[in-house]
Design a protein around this ligand. Sequence first.
Ligand SMILES: NC(=O)c1ccc[n+]([C@@H]2O[C@H](COP(=O)([O-])OP(=O)(O)OC[C@H]3O[C@@H](n4cnc5c(N)ncnc54)[C@H](O)[C@@H]3O)[C@@H](O)[C@H]2O)c1
Length: 255
Amino acid sequence: MAKGHKDKVAVITGAAGGIGQAFAKRLAEDGVHIAVVDLGDGSETVKMVEGAGRTAIAIRCDVSSEESVAAMTKAVQAKFDHVDIVVNCAGIFPQKVFGDMTFADWRKVLSINLDGTFLVTKAFVPGMQARKWGRVVNLASSTLGSVVTGFAHYVASKGGIVGFTRAAATDLAPFGITVNAIAPGLTRSPGTLARAPRPVFKTMDEEFESVAQMQAIKRVEVPEDLVGAVSFLTSDDSAFITGQTLNVDGGRVRS
Ligand SMILES: NC(=O)c1ccc[n+]([C@@H]2O[C@H](COP(=O)([O-])OP(=O)(O)OC[C@H]3O[C@@H](n4cnc5c(N)ncnc54)[C@H](O)[C@@H]3O)[C@@H](O)[C@H]2O)c1
């Protein structure tokens, strides 16, 4: 069990599947109770958390909507009397070459990936401030340090996440709250498996393998490769680390 995790409460967005679900499972194994927040059905994740002996609730929420986040916050507060940890994992990554990208495409990605991170963090920081302990973990991406096509909106949103992480860390440090980010590499998840490969590849498997060959550790990243980082960054052991973005990508991006 990670230091300081027992009976903490975490809100994890995007936790119905993929990386967010793996985070929920690991934090539950660490002793954390979980609010599973997602546009989709979080019941599978709830079962995993309960299987680890922790309490969980699934709440449907669109993190890009102020009203939806306000309703989700109320539902979390009705279930748990405090929230210690926020993991902002909800995100979308639709590819569009720049010439075809509309302002609506741009706004959609920015509103879910970046506005959503702001709104959910904002909702739970007051409680953390009152308790003088909090952990916020945001999801950046190795694409910020890579050559990828069709991702101007997505990479901009992840650049925003890194900036938000740094600045919020400064504002919230006096209250015992740390804010850090994890930057995954290309990870096999429902989201990446569902998308079309980039034009130079025939299948997603080809793209996964090609990216793996650019890593120091030459195998395809899976959500479980990221859970140790979220466990550490939400524990007492990381109390003196804030404003940082940790690359968890098999040693591909060096920054
Ligand atoms: N998989 C990768 O290769 C990779 C790489 C770098 C960063 N990331 C980041 O990790 C995070 C999770 O990625 P993933 O691969 O698990 O994705 P995924 O598509 O498998 O899962 C994302 C989850 O977010 C939810 N979601 C989407 N829009 C939402 C909204 N508006 N409100 C609430 N929930 C919403 C989806 O329903 C889904 O359950 C994202 O922020 C992504 O940008 C992923």
